[in-house]
Design a binder for this molecule. Structure first.
Ligand code: ZN
Length: 224
């Protein structure tokens, strides 16, 4: 357990919270897909913001489920999964924060902060993989070049988040860094294989080098 708030959520409440949260996310997906009330751009923008907020809560509920007792601290795969979910949850919350009344996301942010403390105390600072790509940035709204079109990345237009479509995508180089673009690409100590002196080849490690996360990526999933 890493937070007092979590202790208050008993099993029944947890299942109910999870069910209601998924239901809210599915409703958002349905509204944005069918647009039942015609062209009310601001309204659909708000629907997407609520969707991202509910998905952030869903991420947190997954984390609460995974960290239900302290055994997760001894399971490397679960540690990695909790870390990834924590980054997802945090990035979604930070994205919607400015659209919502102050303090609206306090429950989520407090839990994330406490969990970050757990990671810091147990595993400290880390190194991350960072990759550079070359591509033509295409706008996902008008499909013109995003550098010259009227849309702006990360702004919501008529319920759709403006994002880059990477065309002519070429891998350039990868680096090990301490301030990565994507914190999901963390290099965990247990994934580093140090070679013994005299052994052929250098030490190796396994890590994600790139993820396709987007705060609204749940819209592409089939209904849960
Ligand atoms: Zn555009």
């Amino acid at each position: 357990m890493w937070d007092e708030n979590v202790r208050e959520i008993n099993r029944t409440n947890y299942e109910l919270c999870k069910f209601k949260t998924i239901e809210a996310i599915n409703n958002v997906k349905h509204i944005l897909k069918t647009r039942p009330w015609g062209k009310y751009n601001d309204f659909y923008n708000n629907v997407l913001i609520f969707g991202i907020m509910f998905k952030s809560l869903d991420d947190l509920l997954d984390i609460i489920g995974l960290t239900n007792d302290n055994t997760w601290l001894r399971d490397n795969k679960t540690i990695e999964e909790v870390w990834r979910k924590m980054i997802d949850c945090k990035e979604r919350s930070l994205f919607v924060k400015d659209y919502l009344p102050e303090g609206f996301l306090e429950f989520i942010m407090t839990n994330i902060k406490n969990l970050e403390g757990v990671f810091n105390r147990n595993w400290g600072d880390s190194m991350y993989m960072s990759v550079e790509f070359i591509y033509d940035p295409i706008c996902n709204i008008c499909f013109d070049d995003l550098r010259t079109c009227e849309h702006e990345k990360n702004v919501i237009y008529n319920g759709k988040l403006c994002k880059i479509i990477r065309k002519n995508f070429t891998f350039k180089m990868s680096n090990v860094v301490d301030e990565p673009h994507d914190f999901r690409c963390r290099i965990w100590s247990w994934n580093i294989n140090l070679k013994n002196p005299g052994e052929a080849g250098g030490s190796t490690f396994e890590s994600a080098i790139f993820t396709f996360f987007s705060v609204d990526d749940f819209l592409d999933d089939d209904e849960q």
